[in-house]
Design a protein around this ligand. Sequence first.
Ligand code: 13P
Length: 283
Amino acid sequence: MRTRLDHLVTTALQQGSAVPAFTCYDFTTALAVVGAAEESGRGAILLVAPKTAATANGLRLIAALRTLADAAAVPVAVQLDHASDLKVMADAVAAGADSVLADGSSLPYEDNIALVKSARALLGPDVVLEAELGGLAGDEDRAFGADQSGADVAGLTDSAQVEDFVSRTGAELLAVAVGNVHGKYKGEPRLRWDVLQDIAARVHIPLVLHGASGIPAGELVKAAAMNVGKVNFNTELRTGVLATLQDQLPAHRADGENLQGLLARWNHSAKEFATATLATLAR
Ligand code: 13P
């Protein structure tokens, strides 16, 4: 059943759990995520990248994901991830997304607030808004190995700003930069749990941890206790699917150009990752 993203996350937090969110560039991955969520009996979030939503085919994918969410046996939300273009936000919502990350994190502070407020004015009160404060290193769609040292200096969320930011933007969720990066970590992830704890003490809306690929499960289990109710994954899902396709391609070509069989392997790989992640974040 399609569910408001903030309700899904708040309910999970009340039970001591966080909800995983997975980037879906395609329907096969989305089917795997929803299948894993249904088998686990837990909710999940389908993320659509802004580059996907900026195309006509991407908007059709969003419509398909909404139908998938509607028919799911567990709560599922569809979110446009990392959008800074108001037209893309409006198009994605019209196509079926019910939540948007209005991402002004690369902008000056006041401009970031202005972007979230413009998104609210444009999209209305029923669309759940996530906002982001603090800059994450790395690329959202391609993984090259991002340095956390930049985040140590410039990108960390300034906990002194979060109350003002949340009250002025009216965002329902807050994405934070606490040493997390998009893509691959150079070396071991070094999350600043002290900063996260400080932020959690100051604002009471659910927090969001982006760039969760590569963060060990033993670390991720701590998230919900610090009010992190949504944890975003992309790279690890891609790594698994691409390795599976590379491994399986020759045999499936030899087996009569068996694309159907190859897609089943794709589904299996994504589903395994989603199942493991759902289990890690559940309490
Ligand atoms: P990773 O690719 O590092 O898992 O980050 C995903 C993400 O934060 C999507 O918003």
